[in-house]
Ligand binder design. Structure first.
Ligand code: TYD
Ligand code: MG
Length: 454
Protein backbone atom coordinates (compact mmCIF):
# COMPACT_ATOMS: atom_id res chain seq x y z
CA UNK A 1 0.00 0.00 0.00
CA UNK A 2 1.44 3.35 -1.00
CA UNK A 3 1.61 5.53 2.04
CA UNK A 4 0.27 9.01 1.63
CA UNK A 5 1.35 11.82 3.87
CA UNK A 6 0.02 11.31 7.33
CA UNK A 7 -1.46 14.22 9.13
CA UNK A 8 -3.06 14.64 12.44
CA UNK A 9 -6.68 15.72 12.52
CA UNK A 10 -9.04 16.26 15.43
CA UNK A 11 -12.60 14.94 15.31
CA UNK A 12 -15.56 15.66 17.52
CA UNK A 13 -16.80 12.28 18.80
CA UNK A 14 -20.33 13.62 18.98
CA UNK A 15 -20.94 15.08 15.56
CA UNK A 16 -17.86 14.28 13.51
CA UNK A 17 -16.74 17.92 13.16
CA UNK A 18 -13.22 18.04 11.80
CA UNK A 19 -10.57 20.49 12.94
CA UNK A 20 -6.84 20.94 12.42
CA UNK A 21 -6.29 21.68 16.10
CA UNK A 22 -7.77 20.58 19.39
CA UNK A 23 -10.78 22.58 20.53
CA UNK A 24 -12.43 22.64 23.94
CA UNK A 25 -15.89 23.33 22.58
CA UNK A 26 -17.13 21.90 19.32
CA UNK A 27 -18.33 24.60 16.90
CA UNK A 28 -20.50 21.95 15.21
CA UNK A 29 -22.62 20.69 18.08
CA UNK A 30 -21.63 22.89 21.01
CA UNK A 31 -20.45 19.97 23.18
CA UNK A 32 -17.41 20.34 25.41
CA UNK A 33 -14.36 18.15 25.49
CA UNK A 34 -15.33 15.86 22.64
CA UNK A 35 -12.28 16.21 20.36
CA UNK A 36 -9.87 13.34 19.84
CA UNK A 37 -6.80 13.22 17.68
CA UNK A 38 -6.60 10.82 14.75
CA UNK A 39 -3.92 10.24 12.16
CA UNK A 40 -5.37 10.45 8.68
CA UNK A 41 -3.56 9.36 5.54
CA UNK A 42 -6.30 9.52 3.01
CA UNK A 43 -8.23 12.73 2.64
CA UNK A 44 -11.55 11.80 4.14
CA UNK A 45 -14.82 13.63 3.92
CA UNK A 46 -15.93 12.76 0.41
CA UNK A 47 -18.36 10.12 1.48
CA UNK A 48 -21.40 12.29 0.75
CA UNK A 49 -20.65 12.06 -2.97
CA UNK A 50 -21.26 8.35 -3.22
CA UNK A 51 -24.51 8.24 -5.14
CA UNK A 52 -23.98 6.93 -8.64
CA UNK A 53 -24.07 9.91 -11.00
CA UNK A 54 -27.13 10.13 -13.21
CA UNK A 55 -28.96 12.36 -15.64
CA UNK A 56 -31.77 14.63 -14.42
CA UNK A 57 -35.20 13.09 -14.95
CA UNK A 58 -38.78 14.24 -14.49
CA UNK A 59 -40.78 12.56 -11.75
CA UNK A 60 -42.93 10.85 -14.39
CA UNK A 61 -39.91 9.21 -15.90
CA UNK A 62 -38.75 7.69 -12.68
CA UNK A 63 -39.93 4.15 -12.23
CA UNK A 64 -40.82 3.14 -8.74
CA UNK A 65 -42.39 -0.05 -7.60
CA UNK A 66 -43.57 -0.26 -4.04
CA UNK A 67 -44.08 -4.01 -4.10
CA UNK A 68 -40.35 -4.32 -4.32
CA UNK A 69 -39.91 -5.00 -0.66
CA UNK A 70 -38.41 -8.09 0.86
CA UNK A 71 -40.50 -9.89 3.45
CA UNK A 72 -38.15 -10.44 6.38
CA UNK A 73 -40.40 -13.18 7.74
CA UNK A 74 -40.53 -11.23 10.99
CA UNK A 75 -43.80 -9.38 11.15
CA UNK A 76 -42.75 -6.90 13.79
CA UNK A 77 -39.60 -6.04 11.88
CA UNK A 78 -41.50 -5.59 8.60
CA UNK A 79 -43.81 -3.17 10.34
CA UNK A 80 -40.98 -1.04 11.72
CA UNK A 81 -39.25 -1.00 8.33
CA UNK A 82 -42.45 0.27 6.72
CA UNK A 83 -43.62 -2.96 5.10
CA UNK A 84 -40.45 -4.95 4.59
CA UNK A 85 -36.86 -4.45 3.62
CA UNK A 86 -35.98 -2.31 0.62
CA UNK A 87 -33.29 -3.85 -1.60
CA UNK A 88 -30.15 -1.74 -1.59
CA UNK A 89 -30.99 -0.15 1.75
CA UNK A 90 -28.31 0.52 4.33
CA UNK A 91 -29.76 -0.09 7.76
CA UNK A 92 -28.20 0.53 11.14
CA UNK A 93 -29.38 -1.59 14.07
CA UNK A 94 -28.32 0.02 17.31
CA UNK A 95 -28.79 -0.91 20.93
CA UNK A 96 -27.17 -1.66 24.27
CA UNK A 97 -24.84 -4.65 24.56
CA UNK A 98 -26.74 -7.84 25.32
CA UNK A 99 -30.10 -6.52 24.21
CA UNK A 100 -30.39 -9.04 21.37
CA UNK A 101 -29.03 -7.39 18.21
CA UNK A 102 -27.01 -10.41 17.14
CA UNK A 103 -29.94 -12.68 17.96
CA UNK A 104 -32.33 -10.61 15.86
CA UNK A 105 -30.01 -10.47 12.85
CA UNK A 106 -29.27 -14.19 13.08
CA UNK A 107 -32.97 -15.02 13.31
CA UNK A 108 -33.57 -12.85 10.29
CA UNK A 109 -31.24 -14.99 8.18
CA UNK A 110 -33.48 -17.96 8.88
CA UNK A 111 -36.79 -16.28 8.21
CA UNK A 112 -36.18 -13.85 5.36
CA UNK A 113 -37.83 -14.60 2.04
CA UNK A 114 -35.05 -14.15 -0.46
CA UNK A 115 -33.40 -16.37 -3.06
CA UNK A 116 -29.99 -14.76 -2.91
CA UNK A 117 -27.21 -15.67 -0.55
CA UNK A 118 -26.75 -14.01 2.80
CA UNK A 119 -23.34 -13.08 4.12
CA UNK A 120 -23.12 -12.73 7.88
CA UNK A 121 -19.89 -11.06 8.92
CA UNK A 122 -18.97 -10.95 12.56
CA UNK A 123 -16.07 -9.00 13.92
CA UNK A 124 -16.92 -9.94 17.48
CA UNK A 125 -17.68 -13.62 17.74
CA UNK A 126 -15.97 -16.78 16.60
CA UNK A 127 -17.43 -19.16 14.02
CA UNK A 128 -18.15 -21.66 16.77
CA UNK A 129 -20.05 -19.12 18.80
CA UNK A 130 -22.09 -18.17 15.77
CA UNK A 131 -22.79 -21.80 14.95
CA UNK A 132 -23.92 -22.38 18.52
CA UNK A 133 -26.30 -19.46 18.36
CA UNK A 134 -27.64 -20.54 14.98
CA UNK A 135 -28.29 -24.02 16.34
CA UNK A 136 -30.01 -22.67 19.37
CA UNK A 137 -32.25 -20.58 17.13
CA UNK A 138 -32.89 -23.54 14.86
CA UNK A 139 -31.35 -21.98 11.77
CA UNK A 140 -30.03 -24.28 9.11
CA UNK A 141 -30.33 -22.17 5.98
CA UNK A 142 -27.99 -23.26 3.22
CA UNK A 143 -27.84 -19.85 1.66
CA UNK A 144 -26.20 -18.43 4.80
CA UNK A 145 -22.45 -17.80 4.75
CA UNK A 146 -20.58 -16.96 7.92
CA UNK A 147 -17.41 -14.92 7.89
CA UNK A 148 -15.38 -13.76 10.85
CA UNK A 149 -13.34 -10.83 9.66
CA UNK A 150 -12.53 -7.25 10.61
CA UNK A 151 -10.84 -6.00 7.48
CA UNK A 152 -13.37 -4.40 5.17
CA UNK A 153 -11.14 -4.85 2.13
CA UNK A 154 -11.09 -8.60 2.73
CA UNK A 155 -14.85 -8.57 3.25
CA UNK A 156 -15.15 -6.81 -0.11
CA UNK A 157 -13.30 -9.64 -1.84
CA UNK A 158 -15.71 -12.18 -0.36
CA UNK A 159 -18.66 -10.12 -1.48
CA UNK A 160 -17.30 -10.16 -5.02
CA UNK A 161 -16.99 -13.93 -4.84
CA UNK A 162 -20.21 -14.87 -3.05
CA UNK A 163 -22.43 -12.10 -4.48
CA UNK A 164 -24.89 -12.02 -1.59
CA UNK A 165 -28.22 -10.18 -1.65
CA UNK A 166 -27.98 -9.34 2.02
CA UNK A 167 -24.95 -8.42 4.07
CA UNK A 168 -25.08 -8.38 7.85
CA UNK A 169 -22.15 -6.76 9.59
CA UNK A 170 -21.79 -7.15 13.35
CA UNK A 171 -20.56 -4.53 14.24
CA UNK A 172 -19.48 -1.32 12.53
CA UNK A 173 -17.19 -0.52 15.47
CA UNK A 174 -15.10 -3.65 14.92
CA UNK A 175 -14.31 -3.29 11.22
CA UNK A 176 -11.64 -1.16 9.61
CA UNK A 177 -10.19 -0.10 6.31
CA UNK A 178 -6.43 -0.73 6.23
CA UNK A 179 -5.68 2.47 4.31
CA UNK A 180 -6.83 4.49 7.29
CA UNK A 181 -4.39 4.47 10.13
CA UNK A 182 -6.66 5.21 13.06
CA UNK A 183 -8.12 2.42 15.16
CA UNK A 184 -11.41 0.60 14.49
CA UNK A 185 -14.29 2.53 16.02
CA UNK A 186 -12.63 5.93 15.57
CA UNK A 187 -14.48 8.69 13.78
CA UNK A 188 -12.55 8.48 10.53
CA UNK A 189 -12.82 4.68 10.40
CA UNK A 190 -16.54 4.76 11.10
CA UNK A 191 -17.05 7.37 8.46
CA UNK A 192 -15.02 5.70 5.75
CA UNK A 193 -16.33 2.22 6.52
CA UNK A 194 -19.93 3.40 6.41
CA UNK A 195 -19.10 5.16 3.15
CA UNK A 196 -17.86 1.87 1.78
CA UNK A 197 -21.03 0.09 2.86
CA UNK A 198 -23.10 2.82 1.25
CA UNK A 199 -21.19 2.30 -1.97
CA UNK A 200 -21.96 -1.42 -1.92
CA UNK A 201 -25.59 -0.85 -1.05
CA UNK A 202 -26.26 1.71 -3.75
CA UNK A 203 -23.83 0.40 -6.34
CA UNK A 204 -24.54 -3.32 -6.09
CA UNK A 205 -28.12 -3.13 -4.85
CA UNK A 206 -26.97 -5.08 -1.82
CA UNK A 207 -29.09 -4.74 1.30
CA UNK A 208 -26.89 -4.09 4.30
CA UNK A 209 -27.71 -4.36 7.97
CA UNK A 210 -24.98 -3.02 10.18
CA UNK A 211 -25.02 -3.43 13.93
CA UNK A 212 -23.90 -0.45 16.00
CA UNK A 213 -23.12 -0.12 19.66
CA UNK A 214 -24.44 2.71 21.73
CA UNK A 215 -22.65 4.84 24.26
CA UNK A 216 -23.62 4.95 27.90
CA UNK A 217 -25.99 7.87 27.33
CA UNK A 218 -27.83 5.98 24.62
CA UNK A 219 -26.51 7.68 21.49
CA UNK A 220 -25.22 5.58 18.64
CA UNK A 221 -21.50 5.40 19.33
CA UNK A 222 -19.48 7.36 16.85
CA UNK A 223 -20.45 10.55 15.20
CA UNK A 224 -23.83 11.66 14.03
CA UNK A 225 -22.54 11.36 10.45
CA UNK A 226 -23.14 7.66 10.75
CA UNK A 227 -26.84 8.27 11.29
CA UNK A 228 -26.92 10.74 8.42
CA UNK A 229 -25.37 8.32 5.98
CA UNK A 230 -27.59 5.30 6.50
CA UNK A 231 -31.15 5.00 5.18
CA UNK A 232 -32.66 3.59 8.32
CA UNK A 233 -31.71 3.70 11.98
CA UNK A 234 -33.37 1.03 14.07
CA UNK A 235 -33.10 1.09 17.81
CA UNK A 236 -33.50 -2.04 19.89
CA UNK A 237 -34.26 -1.34 23.50
CA UNK A 238 -35.59 -2.85 26.66
CA UNK A 239 -34.90 -3.13 30.34
CA UNK A 240 -32.26 -5.57 31.42
CA UNK A 241 -34.46 -7.17 34.04
CA UNK A 242 -37.44 -7.82 31.84
CA UNK A 243 -37.78 -9.90 28.72
CA UNK A 244 -39.56 -7.45 26.51
CA UNK A 245 -37.72 -5.73 23.71
CA UNK A 246 -38.97 -2.85 21.65
CA UNK A 247 -37.72 -2.13 18.18
CA UNK A 248 -38.28 1.36 16.83
CA UNK A 249 -37.14 3.34 13.82
CA UNK A 250 -35.36 6.58 14.73
CA UNK A 251 -34.95 7.36 11.07
CA UNK A 252 -36.49 5.73 8.03
CA UNK A 253 -36.12 6.89 4.46
CA UNK A 254 -38.66 4.28 3.36
CA UNK A 255 -41.43 4.58 5.90
CA UNK A 256 -42.70 6.25 9.03
CA UNK A 257 -40.77 6.36 12.27
CA UNK A 258 -43.80 5.87 14.49
CA UNK A 259 -44.16 2.13 14.36
CA UNK A 260 -42.79 -0.13 17.05
CA UNK A 261 -42.12 -3.83 17.05
CA UNK A 262 -42.44 -5.77 20.28
CA UNK A 263 -40.48 -8.94 21.06
CA UNK A 264 -39.92 -11.19 24.00
CA UNK A 265 -36.48 -12.73 24.61
CA UNK A 266 -36.87 -16.42 25.32
CA UNK A 267 -34.62 -19.47 25.55
CA UNK A 268 -35.07 -20.11 21.83
CA UNK A 269 -34.50 -16.53 20.80
CA UNK A 270 -36.82 -13.63 20.17
CA UNK A 271 -40.54 -14.26 19.98
CA UNK A 272 -42.77 -11.73 18.29
CA UNK A 273 -45.46 -10.22 20.46
CA UNK A 274 -48.47 -9.58 18.27
CA UNK A 275 -50.70 -8.23 21.00
CA UNK A 276 -48.62 -5.85 23.12
CA UNK A 277 -51.59 -4.71 25.21
CA UNK A 278 -51.92 -8.17 26.67
CA UNK A 279 -48.26 -8.14 27.65
CA UNK A 280 -48.20 -4.68 29.13
CA UNK A 281 -51.30 -5.34 31.21
CA UNK A 282 -50.43 -8.89 32.24
CA UNK A 283 -49.31 -8.06 35.76
CA UNK A 284 -51.71 -5.28 36.49
CA UNK A 285 -53.12 -5.38 39.99
CA UNK A 286 -56.89 -5.01 40.17
CA UNK A 287 -58.59 -2.05 41.85
CA UNK A 288 -55.41 -0.58 43.22
CA UNK A 289 -54.93 3.11 43.78
CA UNK A 290 -52.58 4.96 41.51
CA UNK A 291 -53.02 2.63 38.52
CA UNK A 292 -54.69 3.75 35.30
CA UNK A 293 -54.93 2.24 31.83
CA UNK A 294 -54.51 4.46 28.78
CA UNK A 295 -54.92 3.32 25.17
CA UNK A 296 -51.91 4.92 23.46
CA UNK A 297 -51.10 5.00 19.78
CA UNK A 298 -47.78 3.54 18.76
CA UNK A 299 -47.70 4.43 15.09
CA UNK A 300 -50.87 3.01 13.56
CA UNK A 301 -51.35 0.51 16.34
CA UNK A 302 -53.20 1.12 19.59
CA UNK A 303 -51.46 -0.27 22.67
CA UNK A 304 -52.96 -0.28 26.15
CA UNK A 305 -50.46 0.78 28.75
CA UNK A 306 -50.65 0.90 32.50
CA UNK A 307 -49.60 4.08 34.24
CA UNK A 308 -48.66 3.94 37.88
CA UNK A 309 -48.24 6.84 40.23
CA UNK A 310 -47.05 6.97 43.78
CA UNK A 311 -47.61 10.22 45.64
CA UNK A 312 -46.25 10.40 49.17
CA UNK A 313 -45.82 13.34 51.49
CA UNK A 314 -42.22 14.45 51.41
CA UNK A 315 -40.21 14.45 54.63
CA UNK A 316 -37.73 16.93 53.17
CA UNK A 317 -38.12 20.46 51.97
CA UNK A 318 -37.20 19.47 48.44
CA UNK A 319 -39.77 16.96 47.18
CA UNK A 320 -38.55 14.36 44.72
CA UNK A 321 -40.06 13.86 41.31
CA UNK A 322 -39.29 10.96 39.04
CA UNK A 323 -40.89 9.89 35.80
CA UNK A 324 -40.15 6.76 33.86
CA UNK A 325 -41.59 6.43 30.37
CA UNK A 326 -43.55 9.70 30.55
CA UNK A 327 -42.24 13.16 29.80
CA UNK A 328 -40.85 14.88 32.89
CA UNK A 329 -41.71 18.44 31.88
CA UNK A 330 -45.18 17.50 30.74
CA UNK A 331 -45.78 15.87 34.12
CA UNK A 332 -44.50 18.98 35.90
CA UNK A 333 -47.03 21.03 33.94
CA UNK A 334 -49.86 18.67 34.90
CA UNK A 335 -48.82 18.95 38.55
CA UNK A 336 -49.03 22.72 38.27
CA UNK A 337 -52.53 22.42 36.80
CA UNK A 338 -53.59 20.23 39.74
CA UNK A 339 -52.08 22.66 42.22
CA UNK A 340 -53.49 25.81 40.69
CA UNK A 341 -56.80 24.74 39.13
CA UNK A 342 -57.84 21.92 41.43
CA UNK A 343 -56.28 23.49 44.54
CA UNK A 344 -54.58 20.21 45.40
CA UNK A 345 -51.47 20.71 47.55
CA UNK A 346 -49.52 18.16 45.53
CA UNK A 347 -46.41 20.30 45.14
CA UNK A 348 -44.96 19.31 48.50
CA UNK A 349 -45.22 15.57 47.81
CA UNK A 350 -42.69 13.08 46.46
CA UNK A 351 -43.95 11.94 43.10
CA UNK A 352 -43.06 8.79 41.19
CA UNK A 353 -44.65 8.06 37.86
CA UNK A 354 -44.04 4.94 35.82
CA UNK A 355 -45.22 3.56 32.49
CA UNK A 356 -45.22 -0.19 33.08
CA UNK A 357 -43.28 -2.47 30.73
CA UNK A 358 -40.52 -0.06 29.76
CA UNK A 359 -42.56 1.70 27.11
CA UNK A 360 -42.01 5.40 26.44
CA UNK A 361 -45.14 7.38 25.75
CA UNK A 362 -44.87 10.91 24.51
CA UNK A 363 -48.30 11.70 23.14
CA UNK A 364 -50.49 14.24 24.95
CA UNK A 365 -53.49 11.87 25.02
CA UNK A 366 -51.89 10.34 28.11
CA UNK A 367 -52.27 13.62 30.12
CA UNK A 368 -55.60 12.85 31.73
CA UNK A 369 -54.35 9.38 32.63
CA UNK A 370 -51.34 10.88 34.42
CA UNK A 371 -53.60 13.25 36.36
CA UNK A 372 -55.97 10.44 37.30
CA UNK A 373 -53.13 8.21 38.51
CA UNK A 374 -51.59 11.02 40.56
CA UNK A 375 -54.83 12.06 42.27
CA UNK A 376 -55.88 8.45 42.82
CA UNK A 377 -52.62 7.77 44.64
CA UNK A 378 -52.60 11.00 46.57
CA UNK A 379 -56.17 10.60 47.83
CA UNK A 380 -55.99 6.84 48.17
CA UNK A 381 -59.03 6.24 46.03
CA UNK A 382 -59.16 3.62 43.25
CA UNK A 383 -60.13 4.54 39.70
CA UNK A 384 -63.51 3.63 38.24
CA UNK A 385 -63.62 -0.12 37.60
CA UNK A 386 -62.86 -1.44 34.09
CA UNK A 387 -62.24 2.05 32.78
CA UNK A 388 -59.66 3.52 30.43
CA UNK A 389 -58.80 7.21 30.42
CA UNK A 390 -57.98 9.49 27.50
CA UNK A 391 -57.50 13.20 26.96
CA UNK A 392 -55.01 15.97 26.52
CA UNK A 393 -55.01 18.53 29.32
CA UNK A 394 -54.50 22.24 28.69
CA UNK A 395 -53.10 24.88 31.02
CA UNK A 396 -56.52 26.01 32.19
CA UNK A 397 -57.43 22.46 33.15
CA UNK A 398 -59.59 21.88 30.09
CA UNK A 399 -59.68 18.42 28.53
CA UNK A 400 -58.84 18.65 24.84
CA UNK A 401 -59.76 16.34 22.00
CA UNK A 402 -57.50 13.54 20.86
CA UNK A 403 -57.13 11.60 17.62
CA UNK A 404 -57.91 7.97 16.70
CA UNK A 405 -60.54 7.61 19.43
CA UNK A 406 -62.26 4.73 17.64
CA UNK A 407 -59.14 2.64 17.20
CA UNK A 408 -58.20 3.12 20.82
CA UNK A 409 -61.63 2.15 22.09
CA UNK A 410 -61.77 -0.98 19.93
CA UNK A 411 -58.50 -2.09 21.50
CA UNK A 412 -59.86 -1.30 24.98
CA UNK A 413 -62.94 -3.40 24.27
CA UNK A 414 -60.79 -6.26 23.05
CA UNK A 415 -58.96 -6.23 26.36
CA UNK A 416 -62.17 -6.36 28.38
CA UNK A 417 -62.61 -2.73 29.40
CA UNK A 418 -66.17 -1.50 29.62
CA UNK A 419 -66.04 2.24 29.96
CA UNK A 420 -63.86 5.08 28.68
CA UNK A 421 -63.53 8.58 30.06
CA UNK A 422 -62.81 10.74 27.02
CA UNK A 423 -62.81 14.42 25.98
CA UNK A 424 -66.37 15.70 25.47
CA UNK A 425 -65.15 17.37 22.31
CA UNK A 426 -64.56 13.98 20.73
CA UNK A 427 -68.19 12.94 21.03
CA UNK A 428 -70.65 13.72 18.29
CA UNK A 429 -74.36 13.10 18.61
CA UNK A 430 -75.59 9.74 17.47
CA UNK A 431 -72.10 8.33 17.21
CA UNK A 432 -71.69 4.72 18.34
CA UNK A 433 -68.71 3.40 20.27
CA UNK A 434 -67.64 -0.14 21.11
CA UNK A 435 -67.78 0.58 24.85
CA UNK A 436 -69.60 3.09 27.02
CA UNK A 437 -68.06 6.56 26.81
CA UNK A 438 -68.26 9.37 29.34
CA UNK A 439 -67.35 12.77 27.91
CA UNK A 440 -65.63 15.26 30.20
CA UNK A 441 -64.80 18.92 29.59
CA UNK A 442 -62.25 19.58 32.29
CA UNK A 443 -60.06 17.94 34.89
CA UNK A 444 -62.58 18.52 37.70
CA UNK A 445 -65.32 16.67 35.82
CA UNK A 446 -62.94 13.88 34.89
CA UNK A 447 -61.89 13.34 38.49
CA UNK A 448 -65.51 13.29 39.66
CA UNK A 449 -66.33 10.61 37.11
CA UNK A 450 -63.18 8.58 37.72
CA UNK A 451 -62.83 8.80 41.47
CA UNK A 452 -66.33 9.76 42.52
CA UNK A 453 -66.80 12.98 44.49
CA UNK A 454 -63.63 15.15 44.63
P1 TYD B 1 -27.22 -10.91 21.81
O1 TYD B 1 -28.01 -11.08 20.58
O2 TYD B 1 -25.86 -11.51 21.82
O3 TYD B 1 -27.10 -9.36 22.18
P2 TYD B 1 -26.28 -8.19 21.44
O4 TYD B 1 -25.82 -8.70 20.12
O5 TYD B 1 -27.26 -7.05 21.34
O6 TYD B 1 -25.14 -7.82 22.35
O7 TYD B 1 -28.11 -11.53 22.97
C1 TYD B 1 -27.89 -11.20 24.26
C2 TYD B 1 -28.66 -11.96 25.30
O8 TYD B 1 -29.74 -12.70 24.85
C3 TYD B 1 -27.72 -12.94 25.96
O9 TYD B 1 -27.58 -12.49 27.30
C4 TYD B 1 -28.38 -14.24 25.93
C5 TYD B 1 -29.78 -13.95 25.53
N1 TYD B 1 -30.34 -14.97 24.64
C6 TYD B 1 -31.47 -15.65 25.03
O10 TYD B 1 -32.02 -15.46 26.11
N2 TYD B 1 -32.00 -16.60 24.19
C7 TYD B 1 -31.43 -16.89 22.98
O11 TYD B 1 -31.94 -17.74 22.23
C8 TYD B 1 -30.25 -16.15 22.59
C9 TYD B 1 -29.58 -16.42 21.28
C10 TYD B 1 -29.75 -15.21 23.45
MG1 MG C 1 -23.80 -9.03 19.54
Amino acid sequence: MAKGKEKSVFFCQECGYESAKWLGKCPGCGQWNTFVEELVTKQSGDVARLMPSSEPMTLQEIYYDDVLRIDTGIHELNRVLGGGMVPGALMLLAGDPGIGKSTLTMQLTGSIHMQEKILYVSGEESRQQLKMRAQRLGIGTEQLYILTENNLSVIEKHIDKIKPGLLILDSIQTVYLPEITSAPGSVSQLRECTGKLLQWAKGLGLSVIVVGHVTKDGAVAGPRVLEHMVDTVLFFEGERHNHFRILRALKNRFGSTNEIGVFEMQEQGLREVHNPSEVFLSERPQDTVGSVVVPCMEGTRPVLVELQALVASSPYGQPRRMTNGADYNRTAMLLAVLEKKMRLPIGNHDIFLNVVGGLKVDEPAIDLGIIAALVSSMQNRPILKDAVVLGEVGLTGEVRTINFLDKRLIEAEKMGFRVAVVPAGNLKQGQKFPIEVKGVRNVGEALRVLLGGA
